[in-house]
Design a protein around this ligand. Structure first.
Ligand code: SAH
Ligand code: ZN
Ligand code: ZN
Ligand code: ZN
Ligand code: ZN
Length: 513
C-alpha cells in the first residue's frame, strides 16, 4: 500500500489563507520512498487531493503534471485504483502514440539536410509548423507554405512559429525585445558563460544570436522546453524536450546527460538557470524540479564549494513572492518589470507603460543587478538595490516597499506599507479597498484568497478548474457505468471552436506530445 506521504505546505490552488466555504485542489508531495506515479504522455503524473473545507481529506488521484486542461491530457487515476493488465497496456500504447512522430536524432538529421538546401527550396509549413524537405512537399501542397527560409529566420524560431498561447498547457508568452535584450545584457555583464534556459525559447535564441555575432561573448545556451516544435531548429546539445513540472526528459537518459554535462562543465562555474514557467502552473512541483536541477549542478562541485548556490532567475508574477521565497529563502524579488510581446495584459502600451506584474526572483545579490535608469528605475542607497522610480523608501519599514511599481503608503495601524488604493478599515482592523465588504474580511481572490487580484486574474484559476472538472467528470462517468479508459478522439465541441482554433489544436496535438 501507499507509503505515508508528507504534505509540505501543499496548499496551492486553495492558497494559504484557506478561505471559508471554499474548496480547492492541492498537489501532494511524496516523501520518499513513494510508489512510482503512473505515467501519462507527459511523464510521471502528479498526485492531487481535492480538499473541502471542513471535511476530511477526500480521495487522492493522479493527473497530468503539465496540462491544466483535460482537453490537452485527460489522464485520471484514483490513487488506490488497481488497473487491469489490458488497461495498462492500452495506456502504454496511448502514451507511445502521443509521442512526437520524429526522434530527436531524426530532427537533427532533417535540420542538417534543410540548411544544405538552396534558399529557394527551404520551405516552412505554417499549418503543420514544420520545416519541409523536398520529399515532404507533396503532403503539404494544400497547406499554407512560407518559402525562402533564410538562415536568419532559422536562428529565430520563436518568430517563425506561432506562440502556443493555450493558457492551460504551454502559455507561451514571448519576451518583448527590450526585456529580452535586458536579460541577455545582464547575463553577460554578470559574467555568465552558460545559460540553462528552462521554458525560455526566445531568450535562448537571442543568447545564441548574440554569441554568433560577437566572438568575445561566447555564451552557450541549452533550452529545455515542452514545445517539441523547437527540436527542428537545434542540435541535441542545445535543445531537450523537457517537462518542468516533473523533471521529465522525453528523450530519456541521453537528454538528461546533455543537461548534466551542461550544468557541470568547468566544475559548475559560470552557469545560471533562467526560467519563465506558465503562470498557471503550480509553484510546488516547479520548486521540486528546480531543486533537482540544482542537485545535478551540485554533484559537479568540489567539496569546499558546498555552500555555493546555483544562480537562478525565476521569472514569475510578483504576487507569488511569498510562495517562491518559502521554497527558496535566499531569493529576492527585483523591481524590474518583464514585458511580453503577445500578452495584452503584460505588455507596455504605446502610451506610457502598462504595469507588468511579472518580476525576476533571484539568489544573485540585488546590488549587483543594475536596472535601466531610462526605463524608470533608480538606485536606493539604503536598500542597496535598484527599484522603480515611484517605489519610495519608507523610513518606518526601512525599505522600498512597493511591489507593483506604484507608490505605496505606510499605515501606522497595520505597521506596514499598503497599496495606494487601500484605506485602513477599523471594522476589519486592516487595510483594504474602500468598497470592500466587512462581512467577508478576505474579499480577495475567490480561488486563492489573495487580496491583490480577483478570480479572473488568479494565477491558479486553471489548476482549480481543471481538477474540479476532472473530479466532476469522473463522478459522472462512474454513474453512467461507463468504462473509465477513454479511447482516442474525445469529441471536440465542433460548434464552438473556430476553424483556426481547430487547426492550432491539431498542430498542438501533433507537435507537442
Ligand atoms: N518568455 C519566454 C517564454 C515563456 S512562456 C521567452 O520569451 O523565451 C512559457 C514557456 O514554457 C513556453 O516556451 C512553453 O512551451 C514552456 N512550457 C510550458 N509548459 C511547460 C512544461 N510543462 N515543461 C517545460 N516547458 C514548458
Ligand atoms: Zn503542412
Ligand atoms: Zn512603510
Ligand atoms: Zn491599515
Ligand atoms: Zn487568486
Amino acid at each position: 500500500m501507499a507509503a505515508p506521504r508528507a504534505r509540505l505546505g501543499t496548499v496551492e490552488a486553495e492558497g494559504s489563507s484557506g478561505r471559508q466555504g471554499n474548496s480547492g485542489v492541492e498537489v501532494v508531495v511524496s516523501s520518499d520512498p513513494a510508489p512510482p506515479a503512473p505515467l501519462c504522455p507527459h511523464g510521471p503524473t502528479l498526485l492531487f487531493v481535492k480538499a473541502n473545507q471542513g471535511k476530511e481529506e477526500t480521495r487522492r488521484f493522479y493527473a497530468c503534471s503539465a496540462c491544466r486542461d483535460r482537453k490537452d491530457c485527460n489522464f485520471f487515476q484514483w490513487e488506490d485504483e488497481k488497473l487491469s493488465g489490458a488497461r495498462l497496456a492500452a495506456r502504454e500504447a496511448h502514451n507511445r502514440r502521443c509521442q512526437p512522430p520524429l526522434s530527436r536524432s531524426q530532427c537533427v538529421e532533417r535540420y542538417l539536410k534543410f540548411i544544405e538546401l538552396p534558399l529557394s527550396q527551404r520551405k516552412f509549413c505554417q499549418r503543420c509548423q514544420q520545416l519541409l524537405l523536398p520529399d515532404d512537399e507533396e503532403k503539404h501542397h494544400k497547406h499554407q507554405i512560407v518559402g525562402d527560409i533564410s538562415i536568419t529566420q532559422l536562428k529565430r524560431p520563436s518568430q517563425l512559429l506561432y506562440p502556443l498561447e493555450n493558457k492551460k498547457t504551454n502559455a507561451q508568452y514571448l519576451f518583448a525585445d527590450r526585456s529580452c535584450l535586458f536579460l541577455v545584457d545582464l547575463l553577460s555583464t554578470l559574467g555568465f558563460r552558460r545559460v540553462l534556459c528552462v521554458g525560455t525559447p526566445r531568450l535562448h535564441e537571442l543568447i545564441r544570436l548574440k554569441a554568433s555575432g560577437d566572438k568575445k561573448s561566447n555564451v552557450k545556451s541549452l533550452l529545455l522546453d515542452i514545445d517539441f516544435r523547437y527540436s527542428q531548429f537545434y542540435m541535441e546539445d542545445s535543445f531537450c524536450h523537457y517537462n518542468m513540472f516533473n523533471h521529465h526528459f522525453f528523450d530519456g537518459k541521453a537528454a538528461l546527460e546533455v543537461c548534466r554535462t551542461f550544468l557541470q562543465k568547468d566544475k559548475g562555474e559560470g552557469v545560471i538557470m533562467v526560467t519563465d514557467p506558465p503562470f498557471g502552473g503550480l509553484v510546488e512541483p516547479l520548486a521540486l524540479t528546480f531543486k533537482k536541477l540544482i542537485a545535478m549542478w551540485k554533484e559537479g562541485q568540489s567539496q569546499d564549494n558546498s555552500h555555493k548556490e546555483l544562480p537562478i532567475f525565476w521569472i514569475f508574477p510578483y504576487f507569488f513572492e511569498s510562495r517562491i521565497c518559502q521554497f527558496f529563502p535566499s531569493f529576492c524579488m527585483l523591481d524590474y518589470q518583464v514585458d511580453y510581446d503577445n500578452h495584452a495584459l503584460y505588455k507596455h502600451g504605446k502610451t506610457g507603460r502598462k504595469q507588468s506584474p511579472v518580476r525576476i526572483f533571484t539568489n544573485i545579490p540585488p546590488n549587483k543587478i543594475i536596472l535601466p535608469i531610462e526605463e524608470g528605475y533608480r538606485f536606493c542607497p539604503l536598500c542597496q538595490r535598484y527599484v522603480s522610480l515611484e517605489n519610495q523608501h519608507c523610513e518606518h519599514c526601512n525599505s522600498c516597499t512597493s511591489k507593483d511599481g506604484r507608490k505605496w503608503n505606510h499605515c501606522f495601524l497595520c505597521k506596514k506599507c499598503v497599496k495606494p488604493s487601500w484605506i485602513h478599515c477599523n471594522i476589519c482592523n486592516h487595510c483594504a479597498l474602500p468598497d470592500h465588504s466587512c462581512n467577508s474580511p478576505k474579499h480577495g481572490c475567490f480561488i486563492c484568497g489573495e487580496l491583490d487580484h480577483k478570480r479572473s486574474t488568479c494565477p491558479n484559476i486553471f489548476t482549480s478548474k481543471k481538477v474540479n472538472k476532472a473530479v466532476r467528470k469522473q463522478k459522472q462517468r462512474k454513474s453512467n457505468k461507463m468504462k473509465m479508459e477513454t479511447t482516442k478522439g474525445q469529441s471536440m465541441n465542433h460548434t464552438s471552436v473556430t476553424r483556426k482554433k481547430k487547426r492550432r489544436e491539431r498542430a498542438h496535438q501533433y507537435l507537442c506530445s
